[in-house]
Design a protein around this ligand. Structure first.
Ligand code: GLY
Length: 421
């Protein structure tokens, strides 16, 4: 709390205005910050105050920046809800791209030079991932999309484009032509004896391959990404469209050996974030291919998720966790799905479906922006109550950077839809 107030003071001093104006500004700023609720929910249909929420995101980004060492390449990943201090990771952590990605969205919505300066700095840090001795895993997609692809989208600078293309080349090296998917975790061959594994999260990272194929990279990456999506559609899902976390494949026949979990409650469970990655992933694949088969599939994987949601639109970490309602929630899954459904609503040509997915996304966003999930002024994070890895016992009921990234993305998408309607 005291740190936040000190930070508020600093902001006001930097503006170099008169004492009288300082008082008024501080009162106004604190009002915005203390409100902390950007959706007035009524009968589950909310009116989202998107500008207020984005302003709060910008304040929180600056609060985080005030906690970080200047010129360091350590990035904020998550925090326990007890102390409001970020745990920091290196660029090699799978979540490293989300912090520069948050800053790029912050720059997009605010045009703030200080936020841009930091987005540039943390994106430059990510270049270490291009060192030849680092081969990486499927997370290269998250890492390069959030940082370099956003940087290129907003600045048009060629070096960002080149870095993203180089990242895509590294990701494509993990593709197995017999199986027809990317090997998500190459080290699991040794650790678990799996010949080839693909996790549902990997659907997100196909976007880097699609992006590269249309931005001067190898055109065959389009086919690679489409094939991965098709093979995953065939093997990764149960009849009711819920998905396994991990599919293990035989590299000689290319056939599925088994579906298992790593982060879900058990192999046949319904891990919330896994399904969220699938909803976002197939929506994105439809955007890129315009193939209605993928649209149809995105609708099915979204509908089963929606059917299982609790009243507040934020799932428990696993829909089949044994002690519901006494299980932690996963706000990160809700943020990913809100962003995905906003996109799905815009891709739909059927107006009833479009309206349905938009309203569901709005309800999710509204819940995330309520005081139950939106972190108050004492925290520099945006969202409370995410679950990272329950079986491994970490980041349970925590604030996590990817929840914030997809929440910010959802807010930006929501704002654009509202402006164009
Ligand atoms: N991609 C890792 C996770 O969702 O936890």
């Amino acid at each position: 709390m005291s740190k936040m107030l000190l930070f508020t003071e600093l902001l006001i001093q930097q503006k170099n205005v008169t004492m009288e104006m300082n008082k008024k500004m501080r009162a106004g700023l604190l009002l915005v910050l203390f409100a902390g609720v950007f959706c007035a929910c009524s009968g589950n249909v909310g009116k989202i105050e998107v500008e207020g929420a984005l302003k709060s995101c910008e304040q929180k980004m600056k609060q985080t920046l005030s906690q970080l060492e200047t010129d360091s390449c350590l990035l904020p990943r998550s925090m326990s809800l007890k102390d409001s201090l970020w745990s920091l990771v290196s660029v090699y952590d799978w979540t490293s791209g989300f912090w520069p990605g948050i800053l790029w969205y912050g720059y997009e919505t605010s045009c703030d030079a200080f936020i841009k300066e930091n987005a540039v700095h943390y994106t430059a840090c990510m270049e270490q991932l291009l060192e030849p001795q680092y081969s990486g895993d499927h997370d290269l997609g998250f890492q390069f999309l959030c940082s370099f692809v956003n940087a290129y989208r907003l600045t048009g600078e060629e070096h960002y484009k080149q870095a993203a293309l180089d990242g895509a080349d590294k990701l494509a090296k993990l593709y197995h032509p017999v199986v027809g998917t990317i090997c998500s975790w190459p080290y699991m061959k040794q650790q678990k004896g799996w010949p080839h594994n693909t996790i549902i999260d990997n659907m997100m990272n196909l976007e880097l391959l699609f992006w590269a194929s249309k931005n001067g990279g190898n055109p065959s990456y389009y086919d690679m990404a489409e094939k991965h999506a098709r093979v995953t559609m065939k093997n990764h899902f149960r009849e009711d469209y819920t998905c396994y976390h991990v599919a293990v494949y035989d590299t000689v026949s290319g056939e599925l050996i088994k579906g298992v979990t790593n982060q879900g409650a058990y192999d046949e469970s319904f891990w919330a974030r896994g399904q969220a990655w699938a909803i976002y992933g197939y929506t994105m694949v439809y955007r890129e291919t315009k193939n209605k088969e993928f649209l149809n599939f995105a609708e099915h994987v979204a509908d089963v998720y929606l059917e299982h949601l609790p009243d507040d639109y934020v799932p428990y970490w696993d829909f089949y966790a044994p002690n519901i309602p006494d299980e932690p929630k996963d706000a990160s899954a809700a943020a990913v799905v809100a962003s995905a459904l906003l996109e799905l609503s815009q891709l739909e040509t059927d107006s009833l479906k479009s309206q349905k997915y938009f309203l569901e996304a709005e309800r999710m966003l509204c819940s995330l922006l309520s005081d139950k999930y939106w972190a108050g002024v004492t925290s520099p994070a945006f969202l409370l109550h995410s679950t990272g890895n329950y079986p491994a016992g970490y980041e349970i009921d925590a604030a996590i950077n990817y929840a914030d990234y997809y929440c910010m993305e959802a807010l930006v998408r929501y704002k654009k839809i509202k402006e164009n309607s």
